[in-house]
Design a binder for this molecule. Sequence first.
Ligand code: DX5
Ligand code: ZN
Length: 227
Amino acid sequence: MTKPILLAPSILSADFATIGDVVRDLDAAGADWIHLDVMDGHFVPNISFGPDMVRAVRRLTGKTLDAHLMIAPADPYLAAFAEAGADIITVHTEAGPHLHRSLQTIRALGKRAGVAINPGTPESAIEPVLDLVDLVLVMSVNPGFGGQAFIPAVCEKIRRITAMTAGREIDIQVDGGITAETAPAAAQAGANVLVAGSAALKGGPERYRDNLAGIRQAAERATGTWA
Ligand code: DX5
Ligand code: ZN
């Protein structure tokens, strides 16, 4: 059965001086999840924010908080993100040698566990951990920055991961360069959770609702789930 399309706007490209308003406005504009991009300046060439931001956002919305950890090592910080109020905690396959331990730790903290793979990483990297994850995050740009162009070749990998995970309760999330133009191909390949940063926030708060609806409708039309 086709899973409903979920929209997970990222606050990465927001003006951090206005983050409270951005989160409340995205919530009101129809976001399903709020995607929180955590970057350490080591695993990726940029620094964003840590658990304190997750805690602050937690006070502003009841939506699912989806923490995408682009940090290495991740294990020493998993408890802090759980305590801060993240609902889903995603770690990268490329971030450390003990992926099972990281995912088991996230589940032991009572959170949903996600595994992320970079565009250059084959799907075989996640095969050993499929019993331990609730979500696979397929990067469609190299992580580190918002506003990059979608890499179309990733759609074939999404298709293979969708086949690998068939019959399991695993969300397939695509992240990077998602717009109303690129969402259809990603959704057709099997992605059911769409992260959007710049395309969600462009034009300011009065555009958020239309931005999210435009991406959602494009994906739903492409997958035949649009009513
Ligand atoms: C990239 C981040 C993405 C990014 C998405 O490293 O993981 O979540 O913020 O931004 P856009 O949609 O602008 O590519
Ligand atoms: Zn992300």
